[in-house]
Every structure is written in C-alpha cells, then in structure tokens.
Design a protein around this ligand. Structure first.
Ligand SMILES: Cc1cc2nc3c(=O)[nH]c(=O)nc-3n(C[C@H](O)[C@H](O)[C@H](O)COP(=O)(O)OP(=O)(O)OC[C@H]3O[C@@H](n4cnc5c(N)ncnc54)[C@H](O)[C@@H]3O)c2cc1C
Ligand code: SF4
Length: 570
C-alpha cells in the first residue's frame, strides 16, 4: 500500500461537504459501473443467493443518465459468457439478434483494398458463431434482468470517492455532491453525496476508471504487471440504404490512412434495422503529436471501399472510448482489501479479436462467486483471494495468454512486419508450438510522443459533410450534456504545464487527440499569450486525455452524476 494520504485517492477533492455530514446506506456488495462486468457480477450474486435461499443486498451505481448511456463498443459479441449467465438468453429476448454471416479482412491502400483469404486468419480471429449488437442495449437488457432479481441500480449517480476503514480496507464509496458551483460553493438545490457502504466493493468502471486508477495506485496493484496499453476507438452508427445492408457482415481493415509506425485499424458491422456500426481504433502509443485520431477516422471513411456503403445513408450517432490493449501481461493484481477490479477496469480485452465484453462478464461472475462464498463465511473487507485464483486458472486468462505477444510485436515492428509475425505466433500457438516467453510492453502510452519539431504536420482534408464531418457536429450527435456551473472534472495538476511544456514541446496534442474538441489553445488577436481553454461540457468520457497527456498532468474525475454522453444504442 502506498503512503498516500487518503484524500489523494479520493477522485474529487477540495469541494465536497465534510464526510461526517453524509448519509450512509449499507449493502453486502456495492458495484461501481453498470456495464457488462458490473451487471453480470450483480446478477450472478443474486442468482447464487436465490439458489442458496440467502438474502444478499447488492447495489450498482452508474454515472450515465441511464444504463447504457456511456457505453460504446463495436460490437461483435462472443456469446460464451452470456451462455453461462443465462443459458436461455435467446428465449428471454436478449438483444443479440444478428448472427455473423460473413467475415472479411482487408488491407487498405490509398485507393485500393486487398482482401486477405480467410484461410490464413488464425481461427481465434474468425467471427462465425458470434453476434453483432449494441453493447449499450445489452447492458440495458442486463439491467432489467438484474432489477428483476432484486438488484438496486442507481443511474445518474457517479461514485466519486473510495472510502477506507481504519485498517486501510475499502469500506465502500461516496457519490459526489450535486449542486456545487464551479467555484466550489453550494448552489440552490444542493444535495450532499451519499456513502454506499459494503462488505465488498467491486470496481466495474471500464477502461481507466477514476476510482480504479486510484485503487491501483494506492494498493500498488500493478507492481508486478506491465504498463497497461490503450487505444482510442471512435465510432459512428449509420442507417444505410437497404440495398447496401448485408445483415451479419463483419469487415476489418488495416493500413491506410495510417503509416506503418502508427498502429490501428477499422471495423464495419452490419446489423439490425439497416444499421452499420463503423469505427476506427488507433493505438495510443502513436508518436506524431500532430496526429488527430478523429481526422484519421473521417479520412478513412472517404476511401472508395468504405464510402460506397455510407453514401445515401444517415449518421445517427457518434462517440468515442478508450480500449485496453495491454492484454495478459498488463492485468494488475485483481483483489485488494475490501474489493476487486472486474472487467475493463482491470483490462481483459483480447486485442487481435477486438473483444472484451465476454471477458468483462466472466470476470464479473468470478468475483461474484468469490464474494458470495466470503459472505457465506461471515467475512467482510478482506481480500477476495479466491477471485484472483479463479482468474489465474480461468478460460479468460488462457484466452489472453494465447495472444499475449501480439501487441508487443506490433509496437516493436510496426503494422506490416508486426502483423505478419503476430499471425505466425497465433498460428503456432493454435498448433500448440507457441514460443515459451512473454514479450513486455516497453513504455506507457503517454511516453511515446516525439517532439512536434521532429515530426511532420498532417494536412487533413476538409470533411465533405456527407460521409465525413467536423468535430462539433459529431459531438452534437453524442447528445453530450453537462451542467456548466460545476467544478472542473478535467483537473490539471499544474495549470502552467499545458502551455509551458505541452504547447512548446508537442504543440499541445490534446487539441487533436480529444475526439470531442474539449481542449483548445486560444491566443489574443495578435496571436500572442496562448492559453488552454477546456470546454468540459463537451466531454464524452473516453478517458484518452487521462492516458495520453505526455506530462500526465490531466486527472479525469467524475463530473456530477448523469453528465456526459447520452448514447442511444452504441
Ligand atoms: C471502440 C471499441 C470497440 C470495441 N469492440 C468490441 C467488440 O466488438 N466486442 C467486444 O466484445 N468488445 C469490444 N470492445 C470492448 C468492450 O467494449 C469492453 O470490453 C466492455 O465494454 C467492458 O465492459 P465493462 O463492464 O468492464 O466496462 P464498460 O462497458 O466501460 O462499463 C463501465 C460502466 O461503468 C460506468 N462508470 C464508470 N465509472 C463510474 C463511476 N465512477 N461511477 C459510476 N459509474 C461509473 C460507466 O459509465 C459505464 O456504464 C470494444 C471497446 C471499444 C472502446
Ligand atoms: S476531455 Fe478527455 S475524456 Fe473527455 S472527450 Fe476529451 S479526451 Fe475524452
């Protein structure tokens, strides 16, 4: 455990009401985050309690205005976890309606596309037997099942603070106060945050959760694991002309518009009512600070092999989210006194498969099992060692182990050679002749940028307004909303750094990596006196600034509950 004073592991500091004035509620298990991981844990706890005729109280907090409002994913779903949670999910009406029917992998050049024969793809990268869906809608459905089992779910409530007991164990979380002004004063309608106290607290915040980040640092959970690695995923949902819609069609691309040193690729999934989910992932270890992931995605859509599907269609939603990419060697220690990390808060995405929701669900279920047994033995606030043990010998760990060298090979050798070597590695492992070592992640993503003066600026084409769009009209489609008069949720450790360091050395890359145009450098009429303006109300909660800021000066903390995007079906 680090010696940090407790207030340093609190997400929001300096303006909350004194803790002793807050009301508290007691539960057996409190879960932070109503995503696939958190809801699967809640459901499994209640299922086991029902089977054993025991009463277990479970509460789930969700910062989005409703379940699914902040969830963004591809998503091609491997049904292995939902099969285990609800074997009869089809009869129950789970929103996994479109089975994958066709799987294509293309290498893009500036004008053409080279399809890779499916035969050369390692079996684990094939998608037959999987389903295309909106993960937000799956979460909504899981939420209904959880509530029917008696789970208390509170959307619109962000967990802002970890609470500790005298022994240093987590004893629950506190939600933030509502109705606090930018300056930290109480406004009309102010209400105090609540303390949600629990025997076990499961952190299911997804990628780069603010409390998970604090818990990992406080308990040094990543002491023996590699750095976590990340990508940014930018997604649009389109409704295309019915003649162009191929239900069940799955397409991935590598190559253009990225250069060989910049990792990433695209997806396009056809599902539902003429829907096409299209998006682009860029690995956050990119080096050129002039790069704009948003503009790369817009440029990608102009490729002839891509725009032909979108032309004549309608873009219905937009959003962005970070994705974990570190895999097996980056998974931190999972349990700490009084709680555990589940799902992408720990990072169980299988990068070459671009899938993590099944592993998020399964780790939620494993933690639930361990918590259920501990509660049955009358325990509380200790470490759920059984969860760690279950994970270590689980299908999830085996799946991640199979692909553990892919990301390091891509980072070291670039897209062309890295993909070739990764393909060979994955085939060898499939044939059970894998290399007996694990390659490490050498640097965290915030440390990979070169100086702006060492890199070429990138000239992005102007969006045409039909297939490619500007940032602000995109953010509008994410239906993002925050109360404007509230304390900053994009906090700067040192307000001088954005200009003194980031602008001087890196041309302040936040202007470009933020997919919502939150960070702007403003100058006077004479072009002098630059300052950073933070348009926090536009933030879509992707967490990329917290990850990629080269000075690690930005700390993302939760805004007032219900603020953020309102994704309908992402
Ligand atoms: C671009 C992209 C494409 C992907 N494609 C696929 C795919 O095709 N197939 C696949 O299987 N996986 C895919 N994934 C991965 C998948 O989305 C994740 O593995 C999965 O969402 C993880 O589930 P989770 O429950 O851990 O976290 P999340 O789904 O992120 O859910 C976390 C929830 O917690 C809430 N929350 C966070 N912090 C707090 C707080 N402090 N207080 C209250 N609530 C909080 C959030 O609002 C959110 O609702 C993709 C991910 C991305 C980003
Ligand atoms: S401010 Fe940060 S978290 Fe918000 S959208 Fe921009 S990069 Fe993402």
């Amino acid at each position: 455990m680090t010696d940090l004073p407790v207030n340093q592991v609190n997400a929001r500091q300096g303006w909350a009401l004194a803790p002793e004035a807050r009301e508290g509620m007691d539960y057996d298990v409190v879960i932070v985050g109503a995503g696939p991981a958190g809801l699967s844990a809640a459901i499994r706890l209640k299922q086991m309690a029902a089977e054993a005729a025991r009463d277990i109280s479970v509460c789930v907090l969700e910062k989005g205005s409703e379940i699914g409002a902040h969830i963004l994913s591809g998503a091609v779903i491997d049904p292995i976890a939902i099969n285990r949670l609800f074997p009869d999910w089809k009869e129950m009406g789970a929103p996994l309606e479109t089975e994958v029917s066709q799987d294509r992998f293309l290498i893009l050049g500036p004008a053409g596309a080279l399809p890779l024969p499916n035969l050369i793809l390692p079996p684990l990268m094939k998608n037959h037997g999987n389903y295309i869906a909106s993960l937000g809608n799956i979460a909504r459905w899981l939420g209904e099942q959880a509530e029917a089992l008696g789970v208390e779910i509170y959307p619109g409530f962000a967990a802002a603070e970890l609470l500790f007991d005298d022994t240093g164990a987590v004893r629950g979380v506190a939600t933030g106060d509502m109705g606090v002004s930018k300056a930290g004063a109480k406004k009309d309608g102010w209400t105090s945050g609540m303390e949600l106290l629990a025997k076990y607290t499961l952190l299911a915040e997804g990628v780069r959760g603010s409390l998970s980040k604090a818990a990992i640092a406080h308990y040094e959970l990543d002491k023996t694991s590699d750095f976590q690695k990340f990508g940014i995923g930018i997604k649009e949902l389109w409704q295309v002309e019915s003649a162009k819609h191929k239900p069940g069609y799955v397409q991935h691309t590598l190559g253009w518009p990225l250069d060989n040193k910049t990792g990433g690729g695209s997806w396009m999934y056809h599902f539902g009512d003429n829907f096409v989910s299209i998006g682009f992932v860029i690995h956050l270890n990119y080096q050129n600070p002039h790069l704009s992931p948003y503009d790369e995605f817009q440029r990608f859509k102009m490729h002839p092999a891509i725009c032909s599907t979108l032309e004549g269609g309608k873009r219905v939603s937009y959003g962005a989210r970070a994705i974990t990419e570190g895999g097996y060697q980056s998974v931190p220690k999972l349990a700490f006194p009084g709680g555990a990390l589940i799902g992408c808060a720990a990072g169980f995405v299988n990068l070459p498969r671009i899938k993590g929701s099944h592993n998020a669900m399964e780790t939620g279920m494993m933690a639930a099992q361990a918590a259920f047994e501990a509660l049955g033995e009358g325990r509380a606030h200790d470490e759920l060692v059984a969860y760690q043990q279950a994970y270590d010998s689980s299908r999830v760990a085996k799946e991640l182990k199979m692909t553990r060298n892919v990301k390091p090979l891509l980072s070291k050798f670039g897209t062309v050679l890295g993909t070739l070597l990764s393909g060979i590695e994955m085939w060898m492992r499939t044939l059970r002749i894998g290399l007996p070592f694990t390659l490490g992640h050498v640097r965290p993503d915030h440390a990979t940028l070169k100086k702006a003066s060492e890199c070429n600026p990138i000239d992005y084409p102007r969006p045409d307004g039909e297939v490619a769009f500007d940032k602000l009209s995109s953010v509008f489609l994410s239906a993002t909303n925050h109360e404007e008069d509230q304390p900053a949720h994009l906090t700067l450790k040192d307000p001088a750094v954005p200009i003194a360091v980031n602008l001087c050395d890196y041309d302040e890359p936040a202007q470009r990596y933020c997919p919502a145009g939150v960070y702007e450098i403003i100058t006077g009429d004479d072009g002098e006196n630059p300052r950073l303006q933070i348009n926090a109300q536009n933030c879509v909660h992707c967490k990329v600034c917290d990850i990629k800021d080269p000075s690690q000066n930005i700390n993302w903390v939760v805004p007032e509950g219900a603020g953020g995007p309102n994704y309908p079906n992402m």
